[in-house]
Design a protein around this ligand. Structure first.
Ligand SMILES: [Zn+2]
Length: 295
């Protein structure tokens, strides 16, 4: 064969190969579009393809009602920045003030359940008093006694607190309850009269989760409500065990951005069966709710 013929045969082979490859990739693209079309309309599919978004990217988002393909890049960014679940990212995108303290507060979520969310973004009404409050005096729990300032908690929280104290006592640890339910009026007095409207020291009235009856301040008799409590064996035991009784440390270190509060070793919150998962994931109540419930 002459050199020229070999050259043309070579060119032909390359052209055929190129054609086959582009046919295959065209087929691949069609397949990707078909996959997306099962969940998205025509316009959305075109948008996804144009932006290099495929089914495998959005799969974990698809089951949620608020998912919108046009916001996918924002969801993805929030998911990475806040280390959220897909649902968490969707929730945060559509509730941008979820961590914006006192900016545009919403009514409390999950009222009258152990998951109730009251914080600097979710409030309780002035006349809200939880159902089922019980007085600590009937439970033989060591507590700080101030006349006219009796300690109440929701029954379920009190009963589990009692179980927790009994086990702690068996370990030769002695905890004391300092405070539980606090009324709107009491919080109002604290915020305006005691803490001079200092948001870094006190919740505003309606915004304290002590008003839910699920929050409790615990310490030892000698440490009181100070940071010394964190050096006690009692505190270390609580960190390891409180979740078994449905309690979480509510304002942990390094989570101010989520809770709105500086670290408080004494403030515990009853969340019931959800405590286990929060402890396992290292999540605050805010992060847990964002990650697990459509808001
Ligand atoms: Zn407290």
């Amino acid at each position: 064969m002459r050199k020229k013929q070999i050259f043309f045969l070579g060119i032909l082979a390359i052209a055929i190969l190129f054609l086959l490859v582009s046919l295959a990739s065209e087929r691949q693209k069609e397949k990707k579009m078909e996959e997306l079309a099962r969940y998205l309309d025509e316009e959305e599919v075109a948008f996804a393809i144009a932006n290099g978004i495929f089914l495998e990217d959005i799969q974990e988002y698809l089951e949620y009602e608020k998912f919108n393909i046009y916001y996918f890049r924002s969801y993805k960014r929030l998911k990475e920045d806040y280390r959220l679940s897909a649902l968490g990212a969707i929730n945060l995108f559509h509730n941008p003030d979820f961590f914006a303290f006192y900016k545009d507060p919403k009514p409390a979520l999950f009222l009258e359940t152990p998951l109730v969310l009251v914080n600097k973004c979710h409030y309780l009404e002035m006349d809200y008093v939880p159902k089922d409050l019980v007085l600590i005096d009937h439970y033989e729990l060591p507590h700080y006694d101030r006349s006219g300032d009796e300690i109440y908690l929701k029954r379920e929280a009190m009963e589990n607190l009692k179980r927790m104290f009994e086990e702690a006592k068996a370990e030769k640890l002695s905890l004391v309850v300092y405070s539980g339910y606090r009324s709107y009026k009491k919080q109002e007095y604290l915020y305006y009269e005691v803490y001079n409207q200092d948001d870094s020291l006190s919740a505003r009235p309606g915004f304290s989760e002590h008003q839910t009856g699920y929050a409790v301040d615990l310490s030892t008799a000698s440490a009181g409500l100070t940071h010394y409590f964190e050096n006690t064996d009692e505190f270390k035991w609580l960190l390891e065990n409180a979740h078994r009784f449905g309690f979480i440390l509510r304002f942990p270190k390094g989570k101010e951005w989520a809770t709105g509060y500086a670290y408080e070793p004494w403030h515990f919150r009853y969340v019931g069966r959800h405590a286990e998962a929060m402890k396992l994931q290292g999540w605050t109540l805010e992060e847990y709710i964002l990650a697990n419930f459509e808001l």
